[in-house]
Write a protein that binds this ligand. Structure first.
Ligand code: G3I
Length: 336
């Protein structure tokens, strides 16, 4: 091959790479991590455009609601796993890792669980729930969010039936049951507002260190990263993420979205692009950060508008399931 042809090919490589790069390829290839994921469930995947993007761009999927306690064990010891099975089957068909979400959480919890005041009864119910779900999906789950959102903003433990009846021991109980049911799964503690230093971050790190010291089988910390565009702490996200990684566990951004005032103008979307570059870049800057999951594919299916009135458009794909500037920001954060 002539020199000129070789030179032309060499010059074309970056463009070819850019055109072939997907979010997951950028995270696993360029950034050398495990996955770039999203959240979904069979409902949103029934939209062909969403399913196509989910299949082509992402390497992991978290069930947005189908594995939660209210969806899986609405009545004691009666398990309904067909929707979660469908999500896991989609993931296996499309070669996606699955982040199980979430075994023990104060929200989306059936009333029969919240009504348990007897320690032995709640212990049995918690162990049965965790064991049944983790065994059912054993071998198919990369990581489980074993406990979710157990701290208040001031670092105290959140009032929940689990903490109020069992004390902090509920945490080790859940992790030990999950490890016994699927020794191969990575077991995470997951929470939000871990994006800056403060009492909540410190309390979680302190608990993790206590769990490690007690030989509790815990492997990772999920920082949800539900962010507001323009927030100053986005540029320093690597600092708290590194503090979490300094426990020795793997870490991940597990529910990333960066909401903007709705409807977003060009300037807001440009700002969001920079925020996504910084947020995804924070994971890449922390060696133990195994991946980023955004909390949904398209803005049209996001939880944000129902929760934060006047805000939305927090994801990488718009209502028409087209790439937003935020997509390029995420790519830039991975060095792609
Ligand atoms: O399943 C019922 C359905 O039967 C009913 O017809 C419909 C209308 O009332 O509601 C459906 O339940 C909804 C559920 O999502 C399933 O779609 C709930 O109302 C709704 O509140 C629930 O929202 C979810 C929210 O968690 C609940 O707190 C969001 O989709 C989900 O994105 C969000 O995800 C959480 C993570 O699990 C934990 N971290 C925070 C994150 C955002 O809140």
């Amino acid at each position: 091959m002539h020199f000129s042809s070789l030179l032309a090919l060499a010059l074309a490589v970056p463009a070819l790479l850019a055109s072939s790069q997907t979010l997951d390829a950028a995270m696993t290839g360029t950034a050398g991590r495990k996955y770039f994921g999203t959240a979904a469930d069979p409902g949103v995947l029934s939209d062909a455009a969403v399913a196509a993007v989910a299949a082509s761009e992402f390497g992991a999927v978290t069930p947005e609601n189908s594995m939660k306690w209210d969806a899986t064990e609405a009545s004691q010891d009666t398990f309904t796993l067909d929707t979660a099975d469908a999500l896991v089957e989609w993931a296996q068909t499309n070669s996606k890792l699955v982040r199980g979400h979430t075994l023990v959480w104060h929200s989306q919890l059936p009333a029969w669980v919240s009504a348990l005041t007897d320690k032995d009864a709640l212990t049995a119910a918690l162990e049965n729930h965790v064991t049944t779900l983790v065994k059912h999906f054993a071998g198919k789950i990369y990581a489980w969010d074993v406990v979710n959102e157990i701290f208040n903003e001031d670092g105290t433990f959140r009032d929940s039936v689990f903490y109020n009846v069992l004390g902090v021991d509920f945490v080790a109980l859940a992790f030990r049951a999950a490890a016994a049911a699927d020794p191969a799964a990575k077991l995470y503690i997951n929470d939000y507002n871990l994006d800056y230093s403060g009492p909540k971050l410190e309390a979680l790190i302190s608990l993790v260190n206590d769990l490690i010291a007690a030989d509790v089988p815990i492997h990772g910390i999920g920082s949800q990263a539900h962010l507001v565009a323009g927030a100053s702490m986005i540029d320093t996200l690597a600092t708290p993420l590194q503090a979490l990684a300094d426990t020795g566990l793997e870490v991940a951004l597990t529910e990333l979205d960066i909401r903007v005032p709705d409807p977003a103008d060009e300037a807001a979307l440009a700002g969001q692009q920079g925020d996504y570059e910084a947020a995804v870049g924070a994971c890449v800057a922390v060696e133990k950060c195994v991946g980023v999951s955004v909390w949904g594919v398209s803005d049209k299916d996001s939880w944000i508008p129902d929760t934060f009135s006047g805000y939305g458009e927090g994801l990488l794909f718009d209502d028409a399931v087209e790439k937003k500037p935020a997509y390029e920001g995420a790519m830039a954060g991975m060095g792609a």
